[in-house]
Design a binder for this molecule. Structure first.
Ligand SMILES: Nc1ncnc2c1ncn2[C@@H]1O[C@H](COP(=O)(O)OP(=O)(O)OP(=O)(O)O)[C@@H](O)[C@H]1O
Length: 306
């Protein structure tokens, strides 16, 4: 396997603030990699370093084996970074913006790729209008197209779906999945954890300038011992609270529903217990832990500071 990105001992301080503390990370070519973390964790700073927009204080970053400082031009060509902030030159229409961007990479006659991107991102009928006339979501589509005109090997998406409607999200993900299947490496930051759970193979969770965990999505989710059992009964659940006092349970008396959170080891006992309640069961659902549970645990969003 070829290494797409190697980050070694990267540090970045803003005055007293340690924005990145000794970051080490290897991403293989062809991975769909998630970089997650709460606001201020350091994700954009790390992406900024990768794209040459932020200077690191210490450490080394290579893209496809080439150092990003000593091989700036070459590594820049391998990367397509979609930034969070939306800025355009208002004097050029959508197509011209993409042609100019192609020109930065020395690519002439890039119509095939430009048309493919316009189509994939639903911008074909907006090709001749200026960025000022585009809605917020369409500007974001243009930003994504702009980062991809030079057909980069590694695509970095920094919150690409923030403020974007469901339709674009779905078409954007279809396109990104297609690129990934073609062998492109995808690095995604998002606050939509369900999106990361669906798309990413491996995930790094950052907090306060550090990578607190890195693993496959499956291993991360399996590390949380949690099952949520919800049961809908035909009969009233009024009066159950006493019987269920020992469990971590929510009772919805209006809809005859109970929801119990338990560990995997308790499942067998719990299901027997529910059966012994002698109520007629209409529906039952057992949910496992989600990426969100892992995220909350590792970033301490639930409580005590470390
Ligand atoms: N140019 C800057 N000057 C000073 N501090 C900065 C600068 N850029 C970022 N920071 C600080 O560095 C820390 C990391 O910020 P960064 O934008 O990398 O976080 P993030 O994980 O991308 O957050 P978000 O999810 O909100 O985008 C934050 O505390 C932020 O305030």
């Amino acid at each position: 396997m070829t290494v797409a990105i190697e980050i070694e001992h990267v540090n970045k301080n803003y005055g007293e603030l340690k924005a990145l503390k000794d970051i080490n990370l290897t991403i293989q070519q062809g991975e769909f990699f998630g970089l997650l973390g709460p606001n201020g964790a350091g994700k954009s700073t790390l992406i900024g370093i990768l794209g040459g927009l932020v200077n690191k204080d210490f450490g080394r970053v290579t893209v496809l084996g080439k150092d990003i400082i000593t091989n700036y031009r070459e590594t820049k060509k391998s990367l397509g970074i979609v930034p969070q902030e939306v800025t355009f030159d208002p004097y050029f229409n959508v197509r011209e913006t993409l042609e100019i961007q192609s020109g930065y990479f020395g690519i002439k006659n890039n119509d095939k790729k430009i048309n493919e991107l316009l189509e994939a991102l639903g911008l074909t009928d907006k090709a001749e209008i200026g960025p000022r006339q585009l809605s917020g979501g369409m500007k974001r589509r243009l930003l994504i197209a702009k980062a991809l005109v030079h057909d980069p090997e590694i695509i970095v998406l920094d919150e690409p779906t923030a403020g974007v409607d469901v339709e674009l999200r779905n078409s954007l993900w279809d396109y990104v999945i297609k690129l990934n299947r073609q062998g492109k490496t995808i690095i995604l930051t998002t606050h939509y954890l369900e999106e990361a759970e669906t798309l990413c193979d491996r995930i790094a969770i950052m907090n306060k300038g550090e990578i607190v965990k890195i693993d496959t999505k499956e291993n991360l989710i399996n590390s949380i011992d949690k099952k949520v059992i919800s049961v809908k009964f035909a009969d009233s659940v009024i009066g159950l609270s006493e019987k269920l006092a020992e469990t971590n349970c929510k009772i919805d008396e209006e809809n005859n529903r109970i929801e119990i959170e338990a560990s995997k080891n308790d499942l067998d006992d719990l299901l027997k217990f529910i059966n012994n309640l002698d109520l007629h069961i209409v529906d039952m659902n057992i949910e496992s832990a989600k990426l969100e549970d892992v995220f909350i645990k590792l970033t301490n969003l639930g409580g005590d500071d470390n």
